[in-house]
Design a protein around this ligand. Structure first.
Ligand code: NAP
Length: 508
């Protein structure tokens, strides 16, 4: 999609041929409504993690490109923020319809770029469509509130206003859905945007930008800068004229942002170490299905992935045997093949990291299956399960972000909740039980932004708030009607029609 008409293509044909790429595979930044070359004139590749082939080259952005994008966003702000919100929403409705038409095409390109199996890629695109329709609806809601004044002939209300230029920095694991969760509320809220996607998924980002451009988004409202974290990314974080930053990624990056963003509104959605508590009164078939989906869906690369199972000691043996039988049947392979259950990890770095954790796990627990890299092309790691893991073991505490699950046993509900809470993160959680008391206690006591009952830790729906507590974030809730809060600020209005000076708090 991010194709240049021949005469505008800023890349030299000879150079591209030298890299084994054609014009259509080379992509620029999108600034002020045009695809443009990076200031550095350099590009970087995006690699298919299943085949290790480059799917294209992308502009290697730096501080200068961010500056150009900020200027474009600044120039576009007045007109966009003064466009009535229901009119802004029309662009979103059109974008959602375009994504519906192109769903299969977008999904296949996503699987090629980041590896998730095709049926999950379709889900990712669907999530982007759903949030786009939902946020388009905000164009005619954007609720705030009014309340009676304490004085006669006086009224007041709070209204939502755009913030200004918003920086959006996203990871690779939901390459359409996460950008859409942020971009759509930011747009309908009247902001203009500088968007830096993960360097592992720049093509998906370009696809989303093209959808919005085709939907009629005016030039300069959404600007895409691709390229490294330490130049383009850090400049967005630190830029004084970017008034708000919405970030999803690792806890380490979130901590850096907290120290460096200066005075701007910052929304952080960070990592997780999510647990499933299985009680001795649970439907075990159901629990096993949920554990499989939570631990190995998206190759364990979801912020809400289940990486710990806390099982009641009375059913540990039975549950573990049932689980391992199913894990051993999971098919690892290229996500484009319909029969594949588990795709590759995002890149070789991730493969090495997961391998290191598996080696640590072999010392901290008992390996029940998997534990190895798969030889040959692609970043494949076997679905891996450890048991007899202690709550404070590293593999039970740290986010591995791969197909690695550890089983811990607990003696009762109280200990289960205690172990569930004994981590730095607080994103998702789940309990399998047939006992209402157990379910309600878990809902009350578990320290997490999300608790599922008799369902896995993954599967958020876009019309409910999404976010975590503790090390997972700083309180932002994306999606649902709370999703608009991150991208609007509140102005309070007082209207006194008494014709005299009235003083609040009873002052005479
Ligand atoms: P990451 O390394 O933190 O990178 C995320 C994004 O931030 C990328 O675009 C990256 O750019 C950029 N970046 C990194 N350091 C930066 C800096 N100092 N300043 C500005 N930008 C910077 O995370 P990831 O590996 O892509 O994503 C996986 C993590 O995301 C996991 O921890 C996962 O749990 C978390 N996640 C959380 C949620 C949630 O909603 N809570 C959802 C999905 C994922 P480059 O790609 O160029 O390095």
């Amino acid at each position: 999609m991010t194709r240049f008409p021949k005469k505008h293509n800023p890349f030299k044909r000879e150079r591209l041929i030298g890299l084994g790429l054609d014009m259509a595979s080379t992509h620029g930044h999108y600034i002020n409504g045009k695809w443009v070359q990076a200031s550095t004139r350099k590009t970087f590749p995006s690699i298919n993690p299943a085949t290790e082939k480059a799917i294209g080259r992308f502009a290697l952005g730096n501080e200068n490109d961010v500056e150009k994008a900020v200027r474009a966003a600044e120039n576009a702000f007045h007109a966009w923020s003064h466009t009535p919100a229901p009119k802004r929403a029309e662009v979103l409705y059109a974008a959602a319809r375009i994504m519906e038409e192109k769903k299969e095409w977008l999904a296949r390109r996503m699987t090629e770029e980041m590896g998730k199996v095709l049926r999950e890629a379709r889900g990712d695109v669907q999530e982007a469509i759903d949030i786009t329709y939902y946020m388009a609806g905000e164009g005619r809601r954007m609720f705030s509130y009014t309340a009676p004044s304490e004085l006669k002939n006086k009224t007041g209300y709070a209204m939502r206003r755009p913030i200004g230029i918003v920086g959006i920095i996203t990871p690779w694991n939901f390459p359409l859905a996460i950008p859409a969760w942020k971009i759509m509320p930011a747009l309908v809220g009247g902001n203009t945007i500088v968007f830096k996607p993960s360097s592992d998924t720049p093509r998906c980002a370009g696809d989303l930008v093209n959808v919005l451009s085709e939907a009629g988004l005016p030039s300069g409202v959404l600007n895409l800068v691709t390229g490294p974290a330490n130049t383009a990314g850090q400049r967005i974080v630190q830029h004084p004229r970017i008034r708000a930053l919405s970030f999803t990624g690792s806890k380490e990056t979130g901590e850096w942002i907290t120290r460096n963003a200066g005075v701007k509104r910052v929304g952080l959605e960070l990592g997780g170490k999510n647990g499933i508590l299985v009680m001795d009164d649970a439907d075990l078939e159901l629990a096993v299905e949920g554990i499989l989906w939570g631990a190995f869906g998206t190759t364990g690369q979801r912020c809400t992935a289940a990486s710990r199972v806390l099982v009641h000691e009375g059913i540990e043996k039975e549950l573990t045997e049932m689980l391992i039988k199913k894990v051993e049947k999971l098919k690892l392979g290229n996500g484009l093949k319909e029969e594949t259950d588990v795709g590759p990890l995002i890149n070789k770095r991730a493969l090495e990291k997961v391998h290191e954790y598996a080696e640590i796990g072999k010392k901290e627990g008992k390996l029940l299956c998997g534990g190895n890299k798969v030889e040959g092309k692609g970043s494949f790691f076997e679905p891996t399960v450890f048991t007899r893991v202690k709550p404070h073991a590293r593999i039970a505490q740290e986010e591995i972000f791969g197909p690695v699950l550890c089983i811990l046993h607990v003696k009762d509900l109280g200990q289960g909740i205690q172990v569930m809470n004994g981590i730095d993160y607080g994103l998702s959680s789940s309990i399998y039980t047939s006992n209402l008391y157990n379910a309600m206690k878990a809902i009350e006591e578990i320290e997490a932004g999300i608790t599922y009952v008799n369902s896995s830790t993954i599967g958020a729906e876009i019309h409910y708030p999404f976010g975590g507590i503790k090390g997972t974030g700083n309180g932002t809730r994306e999606a649902g009607w709370t999703g608009i809060e991150e991208f609007t600020e509140i102005k309070t209005v007082y209207i006194d029609y008494s014709g005299k000076l009235q003083k609040a708090q009873g002052i005479k």
